[in-house]
Design a protein. Structure first.
Lengths: 493, 319
């Protein structure tokens, strides 16, 4: 084992590996920064290129695209309040406030440092603990997934916004919106009113851009104070002192993110929100979260990147891709004659370790690439608003359209943009709605699976086989009430 | 002056008239072709399509661009192509369950047999019924016997209702008169994981996903689709009494009906050349995918048979 590890270490130290990985990281960052283009698309398009490269060049190249893409998504989230994926929602909230305060560079730096730290720690943890994690992954089935998703929603509702009742209303609205379309299990149409476009449900991207970006764009346009820039300053770089102040939060989020990565089917959105909620709850000034708190960015970014290490485990140890990103990686592995699965470690242990070690190097490289490109990105906010705002509007619409070239999505963008403005005027926080919308479908699916597994006797089945899930289900409301109370006492004191 | 210009114009028009028809035919494709996939990124169709579209430009002298249009279980992308112009520039890369079965379980905004013609079936994958290595069921017959004794008591994980694992399972249940508890998962990967973790007692898989599990001895194959044995000691569906085109996933390229014959011929020729291409064969082999081209008319017959068989199956199950 150690021998293979050392052999792998040597194999990963190659100039061409580093060069292509850098290219992947930079390309991924650019693609991730464009709303509508997902890292997943970029990886699928670039996959055939990896077929013609050496395994130790091609796979790190794809990993680079993936890692770069996740960070790339936080750039428009911070600078123009335009999160392209659910994972960047928590970042956009404090990030854009910091941009308005003239601290966009600090915000981007914090996002970069905490991303790299979260990712690096979870990768190292994964390499060391790969077999225990493989065992743990197997302990989670649909009942556990449902319970954890429910707990997550309760925590989000209890900790976001100043008024938990308003948060709860918005979350229920989000859940209801997620019901529109074809029911994922039975194939029955719900709330579609016979409109074909609604049959596949409301698309996420127009909702994200609509409720988060449009109100901010409108805010800038309607501002009458004569300021011609989003912010006249990009501000200083992040100081070591500021990083250290958030270090505890980063560590906490890394642990949360890694834990969530182990549970199949949860993913980055839940990780970012749980990291954010936990940081807010632990803080002695929770009221600054959402108002431009560097710690908020740190909490969300460290957590959503820490998911990445453990999600590779089922792929490497069982040969089973848990999501689409790992499915593409599986294609890349198989095309190279490496068939991930229980035997891969015995037969090609050194190569697998080389790839895992390349993941670690990718983080270090990315720190450098990101650090050098942030000054360039952060200068975006100094572009005159008369030029920048039309560009941002163009990207909002083009990004929405490019996702699947559907006019209906543009209509949805406008509808959610108006909704976002109304919600802002009524001081309703849109975040719980978006989270309900994103987490509703997987929760419903897991619920349906649980019912199917019970085959008509769900409760009996749960008590016989799934005591863990029952415990979490009972804990969820208790945790919700406790958090709500704590939030109230901290904010009023 | 005017006269001479008119003359020139007439000559030019004459030339154009003489050139146009043949030029238009010879020039397809004169712009990139869009291949719509009605599923999400990273699935097996996506991977197959990436290989096809990275090599076929050699034979079409035009790019073929993949456009993923997931939604409503494949209906979104399918409808888009059904509504597209039948000029050969918008094609659909789909599979038999979306193509032929869905029409009997949902109200579709198109009619697959009326609105599409097949261009090329690129390959197919036969499915296998698998259990964990430590499962009490040593053979397919033992599994059936256990299911007869305890209807609905055996859990089978599959990749989604009316999908590639659900349909063969339903057909087995119908042919053998048994009842399994079918639990849906989001794709074949999670379904396999459910088997390995013990959440499911039995599942199904394609060779491309089963390979590493069989090699490492974590699963046992009880039966494989078709009439030809895939493994020497494992019976086929035909041998265990499940006959017909059951358990095959056909990956097929279709075009809107009314696509000109010349265009179809051009595409057919390109696919015939593609499947002989060494790089294509090597890349598909690496993905553990077969190559078995069937041309449009050949696959149309199979489609019509599928339609009859699927209708019977759906009627039997939903009655």
């Amino acid at each position: 084992m150690l021998e293979q590890f050392m052999a792998g270490f040597g194999m990963a130290l190659r100039l061409d590996t580093f060069l292509l990985m850098s290219a992947g990281l930079f390309g991924g960052m650019l693609v991730g920064a464009l709303p509508g283009f997902t890292t997943l698309m970029a990886m699928a398009i670039l996959l055939p290129i990896s077929f013609f490269l050496d395994p130790l060049v091609g796979i790190p190249f794809l990993l680079g695209v993936y890692k770069g893409g996740i960070f790339g998504g936080s750039i428009p989230a911070i600078l123009v309040s335009m999160p392209g994926t659910g994972a960047a929602v928590a970042t956009s909230r404090d990030g854009y406030k910091l941009t308005q305060q003239g601290k966009s560079r600090k915000a981007l730096d914090m996002a970069l440092f905490s991303s790299v730290f979260g990712d690096l720690s979870s990768d190292i943890f994964t390499i060391i603990m790969i077999f225990p994690i493989a065992f743990l992954v197997m302990q989670f089935g649909p009942p556990e997934l449902f319970a954890v998703l429910l707990l997550s929603l309760v925590i989000i509702a209890a900790t976001s916004g100043e008024n938990p009742v308003k948060s709860l209303i918005m979350m229920l609205l989000g859940l209801w919106l997620s019901f529109i379309g074809t029911d994922p299990l039975g194939g029955v149409e719900r709330f579609t009113f016979g409109i074909f476009d609604l049959k596949s449900g409301i698309p996420l991207l127009p909702m994200l851009i609509g409720v988060f970006a449009i109100p901010e764009i409108a805010g800038v346009v309607m501002r009458s104070d004569g300021i011609r820039h989003l912010s006249s300053l990009v501000g200083e770089r992040l100081s070591f002192k500021e990083f250290r102040a958030s270090f505890k939060t980063i560590c906490r989020s890394t642990v949360i993110g890694t834990g969530i990565g182990i549970i199949p089917g949860l993913g980055q959105v839940v990780a970012a929100m749980m990291g954010y909620s936990a940081a807010k709850n632990a803080s002695d000034h929770p009221e600054t979260f959402g108002e431009g708190e560097l710690e908020g960015i740190a909490a969300a970014e460290a957590a959503n990147n820490a998911v990445n290490g453990p999600t590779m485990v089922p792929l490497l140890t069982l040969g089973i891709p848990g999501d689409n990103v790992t499915a593409i990686l599986l294609g890349a592995f198989v095309a190279q004659g490496l068939r991930p699965g229980p035997q891969l470690f015995e037969e090609q242990g050194a190569t697998v370790f080389a790839i895992l070690i390349a993941m670690v190097f990718a983080n270090v490289l990315f720190l450098a690439i990101g650090y050098l490109s942030i000054p360039f990105f952060s200068r975006l906010v100094q572009i005159k608003t008369s030029v920048l705002i039309p560009i941002v509007i163009m990207f909002a619409f083009a990004g929405t359209f490019v996702f699947r070239s559907d006019n209906f999505d543009l209509l949805m963008l406008v509808v959610f943009g108006i909704f976002g403005l109304v919600a802002q005027a009524g001081r309703f926080d849109v975040m719980p709605m978006v989270m309900g919308f994103i987490l509703g479908p997987p929760m419903e699916y897991a619920f349906g699976q649980t019912v199917a597994m019970g085959n008509g006797a769900t409760m009996a089945f749960l008590f016989e086989e799934r005591v863990g899930a029952i415990c979490v289900l009972i804990a969820a409301p208790i945790a919700g009430i406790a958090l709500w109370r704590r939030m109230r006492t901290v904010s009023t004191s | 002056m005017i006269k001479s210009s008119l003359k020139k114009l007439a000559v030019a028009a004459g030339f154009a008239a003489a050139l146009l028809p043949s030029a238009a035919l010879a020039e397809y494709p004169e712009k990139p072709i869009t291949m719509v996939i009605p599923f999400g990124a990273g699935g097996s169709h996506d991977l197959n399509a990436r290989v096809i579209t990275s090599i076929i430009p050699t034979y079409l002298e035009q790019a073929m661009i993949v456009r993923l249009t997931p939604g409503a279980g494949g209906q979104k992308g399918t409808q888009e192509v059904a509504n597209a112009a039948a000029d050969g520039y918008t094609l659909l890369f789909t599979h038999n369950y979306v193509d032929m079965l869905q029409q009997y379980v949902e109200n579709l905004p198109y009619d697959p047999l009326e609105d599409f013609i097949p261009i090329a079936r690129v390959n197919y994958a036969p499915i296998g019924v698998v259990v964990r290595a430590d499962s009490p069921y040593q053979t397919f017959e033992e599994l059936v016997a256990a299911a007869e004794k305890d209807p609905g008591g055996i859990r089978m994980s599959h990749s989604g209702n009316w999908g590639a694992l659900f349909v063969p399972a339903a057909q087995i249940m119908k042919e053998r008169g048994i009842s399994l508890n079918l639990v849906p998962y989001k794709g074949g990967g999670p379904a396999m994981q459910a088997l390995l973790s013990g959440d499911a007692d039995v599942t199904m898989g394609f060779p491309s996903t089963l390979g590493s599990q069989i090699e490492s001895g974590t699963v046992r194959v009880l039966a494989t689709a078709g009439a030809e044995r895939m493994f020497d000691d494992v019976p086929t569906f035909a041998e265990v009494g499940v006959e017909g085109d059951v358990g095959f996933m056909h990956r097929v390229l279709v075009a809107p009906k009314g696509t000109p014959d010349e265009v179809v011929a051009k595409l057919t020729t390109a696919f015939e050349a593609l499947v002989e291409d060494k790089t294509f064969v090597r890349m598909m082999g690496r993905l553990n995918e077969t190559i078995d081209l069937v041309d449009g008319p050949g696959y149309q017959k199979m489609r019509e048979d599928q339609a009859v068989a699927y209708k019977e199956l759906v009627d039997a199950l939903t009655k």
